[in-house]
Design a binder for this molecule. Structure first.
Ligand SMILES: [Cu+2]
Length: 64
């Protein structure tokens, strides 16, 4: 299932890496695409949207 979330606090490649790694802690097979310009995170994974939101929030980023 693919979920796209808006994460306005994404500023750089470092943010993208941090978020990608944290999501992969919860699902190592997750396919994560971060668009730094659009500030979106697209996740193809078995994780629920709530779990993905929680993972992103845990990195200190805010999900819109
Ligand atoms: Cu950054």
């Amino acid at each position: 299932m693919s979920t796209t979330l808006k994460v306005p606090s994404i500023k750089c490649e470092g943010c993208a890496d941090t978020i990608t790694k944290e999501i992969k802690v919860h699902d190592k097979n997750a396919d994560v695409k971060v668009d730094i310009t659009e500030k979106t995170v697209e996740v193809d994974s078995a994780l629920s949207e709530a779990s993905i939101r929680q993972a992103i929030t845990a990195t200190g980023h805010d999900v819109a």
